[in-house]
Design a protein around this ligand. Structure first.
Ligand code: NAP
Length: 283
């Protein structure tokens, strides 16, 4: 051992015991991150809230599968998360395409050996207007992507979770599911349906130790809300309705999702959580 090595070994032995304990604790915590070793699929996760959730699950120790329709977006998100030191894979998936959904789940299992977590985040809103004005084709599209595809993805992951004797599913709803927005009529109703889907699926799989919960964001700064957020007059009007006095950043939706996927939430299932800065949320 060279002189420097002997000195540093001596310093370590002589270091006050409380400092040594702190070092050991820090190392232990790093290997005990809340989602260490879990395998998580997050849909629509190359931008906005989905990307923030994928990032947080990765930072909390999960192997994360990011996905969305466009390969280029998937590649970009994978590079971003890899750059942060996350364990990540990218699998393109348009949630409305059966083959894509099946590939998403089968490739995840092939790569990581199972699925512990599904965050069903994808949604569309191709129209603006009251619910009574919604054309049938648009209504069908909204309910297909926002509700039916969430159910179908759950049907694909549940058998893997049953085999593993546990898992967690989180649906992403909206404050509009509790308090319908005039201009987002059909979309709001689809998000209300997710609250019911949460409870129905939760009841069916509770005996398999699979927990199913839902997060309902308020208004979050993403491309989805750009029309609102980038119009100063509209933004001011909306912000007035938020007791916290501001709209949310995507990462503010990620912690609650990570919590619900973790063992800290081991006795929580069938619940709908609102993260909307205090906006009215009575159904
Ligand atoms: P966003 O920023 O517009 O992100 C859209 C993401 O979804 C992109 O990664 C996009 O990538 C992907 N995507 C779009 N259509 C898809 C499809 N059919 N299949 C798979 N991926 C698809 O949206 P966001 O605001 O984060 O919204 C995420 C969720 O939060 C939605 O469920 C939304 O209803 C809910 N939410 C949002 C707000 C808000 O204010 N932003 C409020 C309440 C609830 P590609 O283009 O590559 O597909």
């Amino acid at each position: 051992m060279v002189a420097g090595g002997v000195l540093s070994a001596l310093r370590s032995v002589l270091r006050p015991s409380h400092q040594r304990i702190r070092m050991i604790t820090t190392t232990a915590c790093a290997s005990q991150r809340s989602l260490a070793g879990k395998v998580a699929i997050v849909t629509a996760s190359t931008d906005g809230i989905g990307l923030a959730i994928a990032r947080r699950l990765g930072e909390d120790g999960a192997h994360v599968v990011v996905s969305s329709r466009k390969q280029a977006n998937v590649d970009k998100a994978v590079a971003e998360l890899e750059g942060l030191g996350c364990s990540v894979a990218g699998i393109p998936c348009h949630v409305a395409k059966k083959d894509d959904r099946e590939t998403l789940v089968s490739k995840t299992v092939e790569k990581f050996g199972g699925v512990d977590i599904l965050v069903s985040n994808a949604a569309v809103n191709p129209t603006v207007g009251g619910v009574l004005d919604c054309p049938e084709s648009i209504w069908d599209k909204i309910f297909e992507v926002n509700v039916k595809n969430a159910l179908q993805l759950s049907q694909l992951v549940v058998p893997h979770m049953q085999k593993q004797k546990g898992g967690a599913i989180v649906y992403v709803s909206s404050i509009a599911g509790f308090h319908p927005m005039n201009l987002l009529g059909a979309y709001s109703v689809s998000k209300t349906a997710l609250l019911g889907l949460t409870k129905a699926v939760a009841q069916q799989v509770a005996s398999d130790n699979i927990r199913v919960n839902c997060v309902a964001p308020g208004i979050v700064k993403t491309k989805f809300s750009a029309a609102l957020v980038e119009n100063p007059a509209a933004l001011e009007k909306v912000t007035e309705q938020v007791p916290l006095g501001r709209i949310a950043e995507p990462h503010e939706m990620a912690g609650i999702v990570s919590f619900l996927c973790s063992d800290d939430a081991s006795y929580i299932t069938g619940e709908n959580y609102i993260a909307a800065g205090g906006m009215p949320s009575r159904l």
